[in-house]
Write a protein that binds this ligand. Structure first.
Ligand code: SF4
Length: 411
């Protein structure tokens, strides 16, 4: 067990780096020892406050001691690693010192489970009380709640924190049972449900809540993952679901090989699909279906949906509703706003879209402008998919006149 405060800091900030549920930065740079500018090791991460500000946070664990044995976790009890624990006073002092030096604007505090769930939450609460009441610290604090801890402690922490989260980690009960037998989805979500109900009861603005799902450690499909995220958003339980590509840290027969690469592209596609759920009014059943339960790694999810639903296309830019325009691949909310504004004055052509600075790189396969269909690949799923993935293919695939007229004739 480490006692030196710097050693503790090194161990406990390093152990926190696998948690992404606070919009971590973690961009690799060419940092060399003794130079300034290390961004990838650990310690400071960035997050976004409810009003959209980006803040730097001290990202650290209270302790990396844990009585649980989750198979995917570096801090599990069966791992032989250096261990450390901050006292609440040490943690509060470090936070305030970093804050005073302008290194951070807030704290992201997570923890392993030391002795019991309630004992750990009591230590966290003590640190928060020192920060808020003694040091009068009004900065941003995000706390990871401990599953199965008492609701009295949850209530007190919710009063002092700006955001709380509780990590579900694995998308199904079956996987949780296999890899994290001390946890169940219910246990993990219980403190979040309690915090939500508390704010509803007291007619208060709900506190920001989030969770993390590990991607690629277990066999669940993107459909399973997005179905779960969607249910959590629908119940107004969470503000954000964070997806974390599985990074192998333990050799375990129930997990991917220790040398396997984290599925970063899959993680990225899930974030894009999540964006469609939250801001583009898509349902999870539209994005991932029985036929295609996983997102297409080569296409963004909106383009993936579009090629699987060609019956809605090509779409006429001048007559489509706002909701329909939002479904065109490559055209975002800003582009839709510009189109709606501009078409009040004239029927738009492809030149007009260009003047409006709306990229039609992807959209050209799915739209007509004043009945003109510009991108002439045969209007079939595979042809459009290939053209979207490899733009150079457009030179090879030449449509027949019949293909074009049959499309425009339907408008
Ligand atoms: S409870 Fe958290 S810290 Fe403990 S082993 Fe499981 S994932 Fe790791």
């Amino acid at each position: 067990m480490k006692n030196d405060i710097y050693e503790k800091m090194e161990i406990l900030s390093n152990s926190a780096k696998y948690d992404v549920s606070c919009s971590s930065s973690g961009v690799e740079t060419n940092y060399k020892k003794g130079e300034l500018g290390a961004t990838h090791t650990s310690g400071i991460c960035h997050s976004f406050t409810p009003d959209g500000r980006c803040v730097s946070l001290l990202k650290v664990l209270l302790t990396n001691i844990c009585i649980y044995d989750c198979a995917y976790c570096i801090n599990r009890i069966s791992n032989d690693i250096p261990r450390a624990v901050f006292t609440p006073r040490e943690l509060a002092d470090i936070t305030i010192n970093f804050y005073k030096r302008n290194y951070i604007e807030g704290l992201f505090l997570s923890s392993g489970i030391v002795k019991t769930e309630d004992h750990t939450m009591t230590l966290i609460l003590k640190a928060l009380k020192i920060l808020r009441y003694e040091y009068k610290f009004n900065g941003y604090i995000h706390v990871k709640l401990i599953p199965a801890s008492s609701m009295e402690l949850v209530e007190q922490i919710v009063k002092l924190a700006n955001r709380v989260s509780s990590n579900i980690e694995l998308p199904s009960d079956k996987s949780l049972k296999l890899l994290a037998p001390n946890k169940t989805k219910e246990k993990v979500l219980q403190p979040l449900k309690f915090a939500r109900d508390l704010s509803l009861e007291k007619n208060q603005k709900p506190i920001g809540m989030s969770t993390q799902l590990i991607v690629g450690a277990t066999p669940e499909s993107d459909r399973d993952i997005l179905k779960l995220s969607s249910a959590l958003y629908d119940k107004a339980l969470l503000k954000r679901v964070y997806y974390s590509a599985y990074i192998p840290v333990n050799d375990d027969r129930n997990l991917p090989s220790i040398v396997s690469k984290p599925p970063m592209l899959r993680e990225h596609r899930l974030y894009q699909a999540d964006w469609l759920l939250r801001f583009y009014d898509f349902s999870w059943e539209e994005i991932v279906t029985d036929e295609f339960p996983n997102l297409d790694e080569d296409l963004d999810p909106k383009a993936f949906w579009a090629i699987n639903n060609l019956k809605y296309f090509p779409m006429e830019i001048n007559t489509a509703s706002k909701e329909e325009l939002l479904r065109i691949p490559g055209i975002g909310a800003r582009g839709v706003f510009k189109i709606l504004k501009a078409r009040r004055f004239k029927r738009l052509t492809f030149d007009d879209l260009k003047k409006l600075k709306i990229s039609i790189k992807k959209a050209k396969y799915f739209i007509t402008c004043d009945k003109e269909f510009q991108k002439q690949v045969p209007f079939y799923r595979e042809n459009i998919r290939t053209a979207l993935i490899k733009p150079e293919v457009k030179k090879i695939i030449q449509p027949s006149l019949f293909d074009i007229s049959s499309i425009t004739g339907e408008l």
